[in-house]
Design a protein around this ligand. Structure first.
Ligand code: SAH
Length: 218
């Protein structure tokens, strides 16, 4: 370990304690993943020292890596299990996918901006996340061939819950998605069982927009 990795390790520990545990995230798998994944490698060199701050950061292409707490909250809400196959819409920096990859069997993640798709793929390879499968396309249509999924996480704000995603969710599956207008959304958790769909509202949030056939039109 060089000097920097010790510094970042310490910042990560503080982040988990002050931003995540203090706000009520309790799933030990989520806390361990947040403690392990080197978030500073998912932002540009110039932003490394801010990577563990309590806020989102720009990742280029007018997109952002979410605030650490939001990542932890959404991950916990998904109730990820070690045998799960999870679909993520909106790879972005790749950070959320890496957090999930620490916990579950396999993560499928879709990104529609090409440079973000290639950058994140390179980083997954470098960090040896062999259980992350990436795809360059409009994620609002989901990933039919690989469905059904035990969990689906949408990391961009949508005006509606995209129908294809609901149908690609397994019975017993969970979906977490920010739904609302362009300026603010509610984080919705959806649970599918043999009787149908149950929704709960986890509270307000603000994400960049989900652009696609079943999201916002470009
Ligand atoms: N999970 C990311 C957050 C990225 S921000 C992280 O951990 O860094 C949201 C991302 O969703 C952006 O990269 C944006 O390009 C992407 N996105 C928006 N609409 C999309 C769509 N229809 N399909 C796939 N990705 C989409």
């Amino acid at each position: 370990m060089d000097e920097n990795s010790i510094k970042y390790e310490r910042q990560r520990q503080e982040m988990v304690r002050r931003q995540i545990e203090a706000r009520g995230v309790t799933d030990p798998k989520v806390l361990a993943a947040m403690h392990k994944v080197p978030r500073h490698l998912f932002v540009s060199d110039a932003l490394r020292d801010q990577a563990y701050g309590d806020f989102p950061l720009p990742i280029g292409e007018q997109q952002t890596i979410s605030q650490p707490y939001i990542v932890a909250e959404m991950t916990q809400a998904l109730q990820p299990g070690k045998d799960d196959r999870i679909l993520e819409i909106g790879t972005g920096s790749g950070y959320q996918a890496a957090i999930l990859a620490e916990i579950v069997f396999r993560v499928y993640t879709i990104e529609k901006i090409y440079p973000l798709y290639t950058q994140s793929r390179k980083l997954f390879d470098k960090l040896r996340y062999h259980n992350i499968v990436t795809k360059y396309s409009d994620g609002t249509s989901g990933w039919e061939n690989e469905s059904p999924f035990d969990g689906i996480i949408v990391t961009a704000g949508s005006p509606i819950i995209p129908k294809p995603l609901v149908s690609q969710l397994a019975v017993g599956g969970r979906m977490v998605i920010p739904v609302g207008d362009l300026y603010s959304q509610e984080l919705i958790k959806l649970y599918k069982d043999e009787h149908g769909i149950r929704k709960t509202n986890l509270g307000g949030c603000r994400f960049v927009k989900l652009v696609g056939e079943y999201g916002w039109r470009a």
